[in-house]
Design a binder for this molecule. Structure first.
Ligand SMILES: [Zn+2]
Length: 468
């Protein structure tokens, strides 16, 4: 008897040295599957061609605009062509902000010889911004570098146009961090200036781009405690010249005109394609991007690439004859850019229907070379799946980072606790074209796009097979 107890104790001790569940991974079989999937995705024209059609035949597709309806029809067809078992539309009321035509701006000052100089600015009204009315505004310009200076000079801001010199910080290793810091002036700068009586705001575009003068739009968020003043972004070359005059102490007047306004809310849709699970048809793995894009561009990298990469997951699995255990849901979300209503509606209905969501993945950081995935997941679970990383390295992903996800799947994580992740491609060039007119199909490289789609499919395969 003692001998048996001793043997059992020894067995328990030996087993405890084997990492929990590690023996359940079959990396040899997985690496063979990875190779086959790579062969298929990297040699398929499907994702790139689908992106071309979206960008070149539809183009801009802001919530409520005619492009939104056309892009919804494109998405349904693309999901059917990819082989989805079921394609359906989830209705959601979306805001309909309209630029109302071309935004206009210029500035004037008196030069050393006493001559008046007038310089035209390339500007774009910020999304969700109010317009100025048809006469526009001509006001004294006041240069403000940051919110600290804004507070110090609050008594000088009555009835002026505040020029925010929010420089995109090149020293951050994460461009997303620079976007967050500089983007704060786009989102909350207008209301912070309105608090002290400013009439309008112009910001440097939230970009590091030095090669062109395209303004970069993007949503602002008014604080309803203050007047909703008009706001726009300037191209960087124009911004630098205007700011140089202000730094030199010149008295500068700025004219700005925008006819931006809101129309009544419209009915938009999340477009959803499903590949029904063989073992757990009622447990969902979501993979998606957002279907809407800003009005001046084709929305190629933001977020046409995320849409076609997500669709590619279904197409490739079908082409391989792979049958997922869980239901794979490709979701092309509505209204990420100026409302996030699509992502919110998806989470709301998931909660109401008591759906079980295993995992959600988003691609919304550009269709560039994949580098890593960022996860919002329990630490122990992230540690466990980090054993998979060596399988991904040959295909470009070298890290499973702690922290990440996506705007559209954020509500799912917050309301249901669903683990989420985001594809993190190389971000070096993303903010050169983000929300600007140069975000076009030609700026997307086929292989980079496909490598992103491939890694997304590989991650979905592993999570579908082994769980989290
Ligand atoms: Zn986006």
């Amino acid at each position: 008897m003692i001998r048996i107890v001793w043997l059992l104790a020894l067995l328990v001790q030996v087993l405890s040295f084997i990492p929990a569940r590690a023996q359940s991974f079959d990396f040899q079989q997985d690496s063979i599957f990875f190779r086959k999937l790579a062969d298929d995705v990297l040699s398929s024209p499907a994702a790139y061609e689908s992106l071309r059609v979206l960008c070149k035949t539809i183009g801009p597709r802001l919530a409520g605009s005619p492009g939104m309806y056309k892009s919804e029809a494109w998405a349904e067809k693309a999901l059917q062509t990819a082989g989805a078992d079921k394609v359906w539309k989830q209705a959601v009321q979306v805001p309909h902000w309209d630029r109302g035509g071309k935004d206009e701006a210029w500035y004037q000052y008196t030069d050393a010889s006493g001559k008046k100089v007038k310089v035209v600015l390339d500007v774009l009204a910020l999304g969700n911004s109010m317009g100025t009315g048809k006469n526009g505004l001509l006001k004294k310009a006041v240069l403000i570098h940051d919110f600290e200076e804004l507070e110090k000079r609050k008594d000088e801001l009555k009835d002026v146009i505040v020029i925010f010199n929010n420089v995109f910080n090149p020293r951050n290793l994460s461009v997303g961090q620079s976007y967050g810091e500089s983007g704060a002036y786009r989102r909350s700068g207008p209301s912070r200036a309105a608090k002290y009586g400013a009439a309008a705001v112009l910001i440097r575009s939230v970009t590091a781009s030095a090669n062109d003068n395209h303004p970069h739009t993007g949503a602002l968020a008014y604080d309803t405690a203050y007047p909703k003043i008009p706001a726009a972004a300037m191209g960087l070359k124009d911004a630098d010249q205007l700011i140089a005059q202000l730094k030199a102490g010149k008295a500068v007047q700025v004219y700005y005109k925008s006819m931006a306004h809101f129309k009544p809310d419209a009915t938009g849709h999340n477009i959803i394609g499903e590949f029904t699970g063989s073992e757990f048809p009622d447990k969902f793995i979501t993979v998606g991007g957002h279907l809407d894009s800003w009005d001046p561009a084709e929305g190629a990298h933001d977020d046409g690439t995320g849409c076609v990469q997500s669709i590619e997951v279904i197409r490739a699995f079908k082409a391989m004859g792979y049958k997922p255990r869980h239901t794979i849901r490709v979701v092309l979300f509505a209204n990420e850019e100026n409302g996030l209503r699509g992502g919110s509606q998806y989470a709301k209905e998931a909660k109401t229907k008591n759906e079980q969501h295993v995992f959600a993945l988003e691609s919304d950081a550009g269709g560039f070379t994949p580098r890593s995935f960022g996860f919002t997941l329990e630490a122990a679970k992230l540690e466990r799946i980090r054993q998979w990383v060596p399988l991904f390295v040959p295909y470009g992903v070298y890290q499973f980072a702690n922290g990440g996800g996506g705007a559209d799947i954020g509500p799912l994580n917050r309301s249901l606790g669903t683990p989420v992740a985001g594809l993190s491609p190389d971000g070096s060039r993303y903010f050169d074209l983000h929300h600007a007119r140069n975000d076009v199909f030609e700026a997307v490289n086929k292989r980079e796009l496909d490598l992103g789609a491939l890694n997304m499919a590989l991650l979905i395969y592993m999570i579908d097979k082994y769980g989290l």
